[in-house]
Design a protein around this ligand. Structure first.
Ligand code: ADP
Ligand code: MG
Ligand code: MG
Ligand code: MG
Ligand code: MG
Ligand code: MG
Length: 698
């Protein structure tokens, strides 16, 4: 099963000494691949999604719901399944690299399963990336359902893969991991979760331990508690133990790590144990990749708010709706000096963000990228930037990588430091893949076999595969519209940061406003790298408006609701992403049944933006609020959690049985899943026949 160490992972004091070497070699490897791949052209428009699962142990008559820690055994069972192998299924090794190539003779390879940070998690991707075809978009949802089915078939009968972002009671006292371990291991030193909760592959516990060591104390994942009418005020996290003396880090809470009115968590598992939905797009060349990176960037917070699914932590209702900042804090390796808590010494620098954070810069060669959109205070490593410039890289891209390379590598293997291998990208990837920003610009692998890719990383995982497919497909369609119409979503990058914060508010999807560019249409002549000339695009309902180059940047954007951004603003100022996608679909050849199916996805998203349908976060809140056990004191106890998980499992089973959801109205399920009422003739999601319900005029 390959769970053994691949080498000697250095503890932090040693890893720290070798960090400059890793950075130097990483930059050499980056320049090597950049030189090899910068002229790469005409790569196919491929894309792929990643779905992450929690594995829970649940029985209707047992009030205890446990997180199952059998990731390794489940992956092993999948790997050893000969029938799956024949169909092209495979499990990659535990290196965090690119997916293995699917079998060449298999046209529909079955999904691929991957390990994840949490030993109670799984990740699944399609057996090979999706292509450009529209009909292929319809294969995504069945493929996601197949993944869930295959995963379930390789679990115990009491185990279930579920797509909640976080286990609502992770870290609360009691035996809720299976098998059970005592807490406070040497790696995490958490008072709430055992070391065994992390994937045992040496990489993961080392990552957690070295982040803690570098920081000089445990991570502090503090989430504001939701104050209900009977929640004490001030509220003190009743699960915090102030009297532990096992590790030096046990002092953290005595030194103020657990302030009033915050749910306090203290380990990487509380963040990296969250599940998300990621989409990777391959661009035809580096220019297009850089364009997509920039244009998708402002959509990150919008899609985060729309997919909000994380209202409960450690058995308490939180006053935030999404996972993002919690993960950010759970891997925040910054020292007190970098955080600005102590004077700088020894060449240290202040670093304003965690290595898990929203993007901090734009990278495109697009002439519409005004310098006012960039952050004048962006922290970069100037030496590294110079090396990249000397190697021939342009200033903007060199700035991006010199920004990522302000970070230390966290996991360093002694064996990898003997000789620099320019036919690998391991040192580059070491830094790159532990910069968890909301977009990732992925250069080709060392063998240059695939193209430049861009990953969209902000979305929360959804409870059903219908929703996960809808959001994946929506992002694909938005991406194609961006390229086809040469759309311009630029706003100052600091406004994207601010939007990311706003996305955390409870029901931000309905209650917040977000900075968004008012006119997304091109105001420049079409360029060589534009897929299709903008104005001449057949079917474009949106001719370009007069350019306003040089006008005040503040005039270019506005504060809008998600409804405005997705469906269009009432005064017509902003056209809306769905109408833009519709216009794109009008301009290309899509057969009627495909178009109808796509409309059900757009319908879900449009209705969620309008508030006709709930986010998973709102659905969970309502479930808790109306549950007879809930005392309006913010507590999600074991039995309530049992019923919540039971409802989530029931949703999954109904979905995989193709039964639709009408009539299943326990605790407001209807409002989460009304989207299933839409549908096309003959589809199994039309149990109550209310028609397509598609207000978007397909
Ligand atoms: P990571 O975990 O580093 O983000 P994965 O290996 O899990 O990357 O793959 C992410 C997604 O990228 C998967 O859905 C996979 O199918 C897809 N993918 C693989 N190769 C390509 C490619 N050439 N172009 C676009 N997507 C790809
Ligand atoms: Mg992956
Ligand atoms: Mg990965
Ligand atoms: Mg993953
Ligand atoms: Mg990914
Ligand atoms: Mg509207």
């Amino acid at each position: 099963m390959g769970l053994l160490a691949l080498g000697t992972a250095l503890d932090w004091p040693e890893a720290k000494k070798r960090a400059p070497q890793v950075r130097e070699w990483g930059i050499k490897q980056l320049l090597e691949i950049w030189n090899k791949a910068k002229g790469k052209e005409r790569d196919a428009m491929l894309w792929g999604d990643e779905v992450e699962y929690l594995v829970v142990t649940y029985a209707e008559d047992d009030p205890k719901v446990l997180l199952s820690l059998r990731q390794a055994e489940i992956l092993e069972a999948l790997a050893e399944d000969k029938e799956l192998k024949k169909k092209g299924g495979c499990v990659p090794d535990l290196q965090d690299g690119d997916s293995p190539a699917p079998l060449a003779d298999s046209s529909h390879p079955i999904p691929v399963f991957h390990p994840e940070f949490g030993r109670f998690m799984l990740e699944a991707t399609p057996g090979k990336p999706w292509g450009i075809g529209f009909r292929e978009l319809l294969e995504v949802e069945p493929d996601m359902k197949l993944r869930r089915k295959i995963a379930k078939e390789h679990m115990l009968s009491t185990e279930y893969p579920i797509t909640l972002t976080t286990f609502p009671r992770i870290g609360s006292p009691g035996q809720f991991t299976d098998p059970y371990y005592p807490t406070s291991g040497s790696r995490l030193r958490s008072q709430f979760v055992p070391d065994e909760i992390a994937n045992p592959h040496i990489r993961f516990p080392t990552l957690a331990a070295n982040i803690r060591s570098r920081r000089g104390r445990k991570v502090q994942v503090n989430v504001p508690v939701f104050h209900d009418k009977d929640t004490p005020n001030p509220w003190k996290d009743p699960t915090v133990n102030y009297d532990l003396h096992d590790w030096p880090e046990d002092d953290d809470v005595r030194n103020g790590a657990a302030p009033d009115n915050f749910i306090h968590m203290d380990a990487m598992a509380f963040g990296m144990g969250s599940c998300c939905l990621q989409i990777t797009f391959q661009a035809k060349n580096i220019i297009e990749g850089r364009q997509l990176y920039d244009q998708l960037s402002p959509l990150g917070p919008i899609m985060l708010a729309l997919t909000a699914a994380t209202p409960v932590y450690k058995g308490f209702l939180a006053n935030t709706d999404v996972r993002w900042n919690q993960i950010s804090r759970a891997v925040d390796c910054r020292t007190p000096e970098e955080l600005g808590e102590k004077p700088l010494t020894n060449g240290a620098r202040r670093i304003p963000k965690s290595r898990y954070a929203s993007n901090s810069t734009y990278i495109s060669t697009d002439p519409r990228l005004r310098k006012e959109y960039l952050d004048p205070d962006l922290v970069v490593d100037l030496d590294i930037k110079q090396q990249l410039l000397d190697g021939g890289m342009d200033d903007r891209l060199a700035t991006h990588f010199a920004h990522l390379f302000i970070r230390d590598p966290i996991v360093v293997f002694e064996e990898d430091l003997q000789e620099l291998d320019l036919n690998k990208t391991d040192h580059f990837e070491n830094i790159q893949s532990t910069n968890w920003q909301h977009m990732r610009f992925k250069p080709p692998p060392a063998d240059n076999s695939i193209g430049w890719r861009v990953e969209f990383r902000s979305m929360e995982i959804q409870i059903t595969d219908f929703e996960n497919a809808a959001f994946s497909v929506f992002m694909v369609l938005v991406t194609r519209a961006i390229l086809s119409f040469d759309l311009n979503f630029y706003i100052p990058i600091k406004k994207v940061d601010e939007n990311m914060e706003r996305a955390h508010a409870v029901d931000s999807v309905l209650k917040e406003k977000f900075y968004f560019r008012r006119n997304p249409f091109p105001s420049r002549p079409s360029r060589a790298n534009t897929v299709v000339g903008d104005d001449s695009r057949p079917g474009s309902a949106y001719p370009s408006r007069p350019p306003t180059p040089g006008g005040p940047v503040e005039d270019e954007y506005d504060e809008m609701t998600i409804d405005d951004i997705i469906n269009g603003s009432p005064n017509g100022d902003f056209p809306g992403l769905i109408p833009i996608v519709e216009s794109y679909l009008d301009s290309v050849n899509v057969d009627v049944s495909t178009r109808c199916q796509l409309a059900t996805y757009l319908d879900l998203i449009g209705r969620r933006a309008r508030g006709d349908l709930d986010t998973a976060a709102r659905w969970i809140r309502n479930f808790v609020d109306t549950h007879p056990r809930y005392k309006h004191d913010s507590v999600v106890d074991e039995e309530l959690n049992h019923d919540l998980i039971g409802a989530v499992i029931a949703i999954g089973e109904r979905e995989s049985a193709g039964q639709g959801f009408a009539g299943l109205d326990i605790h407001g399920l209807e409002r989460l899943l009304n989207g299933f009422r839409g549908g096309c003739g003959g589809d199994d999601r039309t149990p109550n026949g209310t028609g397509t319900g598609n207000g978007n005029g397909s």
